[in-house]
Design a protein around this ligand. Structure first.
Ligand code: ADP
Ligand code: MG
Length: 740
């Protein structure tokens, strides 16, 4: 059985316009051990024949048998396999990796076939000796002379040690002396192989030839056996797959081996990194600024730095705990009485209306006008911009003026107050509600209770049975009353219908208050049922009708229920860009947090839509960046096509070649990313100062860096697979032809 048999095989080249013939109806049998020399004028089809024989090109008609096996059904992968097991190619133009050294060129073939780097060292050095290039083993291929290059190409074929060696005009570019020694080298290896050589110069090889074939116009016109050869059996290689380590090794070698390409790719990837960072940061900064711009009806103190903190068990904070939070980095200040921040009130008479935040009188020590209210029980101090309408309209008629203090939650007048002093603030804002009203503690407590009442739900249980509270007739109200003793409750008579035997007196009544800050339950003994007759006496109030559905408890109990201790505090964050870490720290200490910035941004539905739009824009921008970088990288990589088709000719599979490319590009993107991080580090360490980068990174946390990294690596992988797909779509030879 012949090693290779062609049966009426024809090869056509199909161009856009016409079909031309490479060779026509060739019949040929090649045996192991032969040293076949093909000659013929230029264009007669010699190269085409060699390419078909070595599986680099397909054929259109007839049948080629390899070791007796039909090949007309071969897929690209079958040819890949065939080349890996049988074929060593030597070309007129050498096809070396110019950026590799002699050693690396030869080693590459073996690494691609799955050998370990350290196992093949001696072998490679031996082969280099065989072709007489010891002195040049570390010289780059590009620095060698033509003869030396061809020796490397032969060494490479020797190293691969395939049963068939195919050489297309291997001495075409060499001087006579080099040519002679190359031919001798080839003849020496031919005894155990099948060697097929194309040459113009038959004289040079005549002494080694066992068979001479002459071609003309796509046909064999002469096929002459010169020497008899021993019959030997073909031993196909059993190549392994390149190891992962060697894949990475070669991939990394390829990153650096061509400096100009490396710098170009690094630059492109650096800009890609930079742009992804920029797009991402503009996304983050928009989100950030929206957080600042949002609004919220529940809270009055809506500065984005505010971080509300409470304990999971809703208990009050101790001084140590408050101190601990104060000591956290990036916490500017802590407001123990968080509720005060949201407390607002207004003071008014017929002419004047002042609305503003509430603060404790005891927190100030001096005023700009008037005095601090020393002995005056209901004396207050107000503060605001001197140019505000309220201040300038009333001018000096403010001090000593008596006004009603309105509870803004109920709209009712809570008490009368007298303005005792004024503080002028230097705020830009002369807006009507930008006042602060400093109040004595008793009034603040009343406001706090009112706030609590207003934002709480209350539930009542009688003997552990829930009072239904559905429908207006079942509605009840809890109020403080001076006449009621602690722990007792006076209940409206109608409640009796919810007690057994229509009798509630002496029964247990539980009131549960629930709001966003806390839940509290207090137990009472019902000591009186109120009716029209006993109402006045019992409560000291006049109109029974106005109080028909009321539960009265002592003032003390009422305050306890609605005015808790420091169950909640507010901390203020210093640098908002680092807020995430600060919040993490506080959470790690075991507290619940409620972040104003987030509350503000999540409140607004329009912002939600904006956010979706933003992500869409981000994705579109990233895709656009992907294509831009793809096209730039494609242009840069064009010079690498020769490399990749060469390693495929050497026997690498498409997949392996694609993986090598991926490793190269991913390494590039990693370096670019690293470079960018170094730039950022230099900025944070203030070694260099680039304001743009400083701004950029102020929005990022570790998570964002990771995300961007993943996006970049992913983009890089996409680019390499896409590129590899395009590059390796065609047969090796057509890719190669396009490039050379
Ligand atoms: P040789 O190697 O003997 O000089 P080739 O095998 O290169 O000849 O060429 C044989 C014929 O095939 C020629 O007519 C040549 O023009 C044609 N040919 C070779 N390669 C291609 C190609 N890629 N596309 C079209 N025609 C080609
Ligand atoms: Mg040719």
């Amino acid at each position: 059985m012949s090693m290779i048999r062609l049966n009426n095989v024809s090869k056509f080249y199909q161009n856009k316009k016409n079909i031309s013939s490479g060779f026509n109806k060739i019949n040929l049998e090649l045996e192991m051990g032969e040293f076949v020399v093909i000659t013929g004028e230029s264009g007669s089809g010699k190269s085409t024949l060699l390419n078909v024989i070595s599986g680099l090109d397909s054929y259109e008609e007839g049948e080629m048998y390899i070791n007796g096996e039909e090949t007309s059904h071969y897929t690209e992968q079958d040819y890949e396999n065939y080349r890996r097991k049988y074929i060593g190619n030597i070309f007129q133009h050498f096809n070396l990796i110019n950026s590799y050294t002699v050693y690396q060129n030869i080693e590459l073939v073996l690494l691609l076939n799955g050998y370990k780097k350290q196992d093949i060292k001696d072998q490679v050095l031996d082969i280099i000796k065989t072709v007489g290039l010891e002195k040049f083993k570390n010289t780059k291929a590009s620095k060698l002379s033509g003869g030396q290059k061809q020796r490397v190409a032969i060494a490479r074929a020797l190293a691969k040690d395939t049963p068939i060696i195919v050489a297309d005009e291997p001495t075409g570019n060499l001087d006579v002396k080099s040519a002679r020694s190359i031919m001798k080298l080839l003849s020496e290896i031919s005894s155990t192989k099948l060697v097929v050589i194309v040459t113009h110069n038959y004289e040079q090889v005549s002494e080694y030839t066992t068979r001479k074939i002459t071609m003309s116009d796509g046909r064999i016109i002469e096929d002459k056996k010169i020497k008899q050869v021993k019959e030997i059996k073909a031993e196909p290689l059993k190549p392994g797959n390149i190891t992962i380590l060697n894949k990475i090794r070669i991939g990394l070698r390829n990153v650096f081996n061509i400096k100009s390409k490396f710098i170009l790719l690094l630059t492109v990837y650096f800009f890609l990194t930079f742009l992804v960072f920029s797009v991402y940061s503009s996304l983050e900064s928009q989100k950030f600024n929206e957080g600042l711009a949002g609004n919220n009806y529940y809270f009055q103190e809506t500065s984005p730095e505010r971080l509300i903190i409470n304990k999971p068990d809703k208990s009050a904070f101790t001084e140590e705990e408050i101190e601990q939070i104060k000591n956290i980095d990036n916490i500017k200040s802590v407001e123990k009485e968080d509720l005060l921040l949201d407390l607002q009130t207004s003071i008014t008479d017929d002419e004047l209306y002042l609305f503003g935040k509430v603060k404790r009188l005891e927190s100030i020590t001096e005023v700009d006008e008037g005095t601090l209210p020393k002995d005056l029980a209901n004396g207050i101090v107000i503060s605001g911009n001197k140019n505000s309408y309220q201040f300038s309209a009333s001018q000096d008629r403010l001090i000593g003026r008596t006004l009603k203090l309105i509870d803004s939650y109920t709209g009712e007048s809570l008490t009368k107050v007298v303005i005792s002093g004024i503080i002028y603030e230097n705020t830009e804002n002369v807006h009507f509600d930008n006042f602060t009203i400093y109040l004595p503690n008793e009034i603040i407590d009343k406001l706090k209770v009112s706030f609590g009442v207003n934002y709480s739900e209350i539930e009542m249980k009688i003997n552990n049975k829930i009072y239904p509270q559905i429908g207006s007739s079942l509605y009840f109200q809890v109020e403080p009353n001076k006449n009621v003793k602690d722990g007792q409750a006076y209940a409206f008579e109608g409640l009796n219908s919810y007690c057994s035997y229509y009798y509630c007196r002496g029964k247990n009544l539980k009131l549960s208050v629930k709001n966003i800050y806390y839940e509290d339950t207090a137990s009472f003994r019902i000591s009186k049922m109120l009716n029209k007759d006993n109402f006045r006496n019992a409560t000291g109030l006049k109109n029974f009708e106005n109080h028909a559905n009321k539960i009265f408890i002592s003032e003390n109990d009422y305050n306890k229920l609605y005015n808790h201790g420091h169950f909640q505090i507010s901390a203020f964050i210093d640098d908002l860009h680092n807020d995430k870490e600060t919040i993490e720290t506080i959470k790690k200490l075991g507290y619940n947090t409620f972040y104003m910035k987030e509350a503000l941004s999540s409140e607004n539905e329009l912002l939600g839509v904006m956010r979706i739009i933003r992500y869409v824009v981000f994705i579109i921008a990233t895709i656009a960046l992907f294509f831009i970088s793809y096209f730039i990288i494609k242009i840069i990589l064009k010079s690498r096509n020769v490399y990749y088709s060469t390693i495929r000719i050497l026997g690498s599979t498409k997949k392996q070649a694609a993986e090598l490319l991926s490793i190269e590009l991913v390494a590039d993107v990693n370096l670019a990313y690293l470079l960018f991080i170094v730039l950022i580090l230099l900025n944070t360490l203030s070694i260099i100062k680039v304001e743009y980068i400083q701004n950029l990174i102020s929005y990022f946390s570790l998570k964002d860096y990771l995300l961007i990294y993943i996006i970049l690596v992913f983009m890089s992988l996409l680019i390499s697979t896409r590129y590899a797909h395009k590059l390796f779509k065609d047969s090796v030879m057509s890719t190669y032809r396009e490039e050379v």
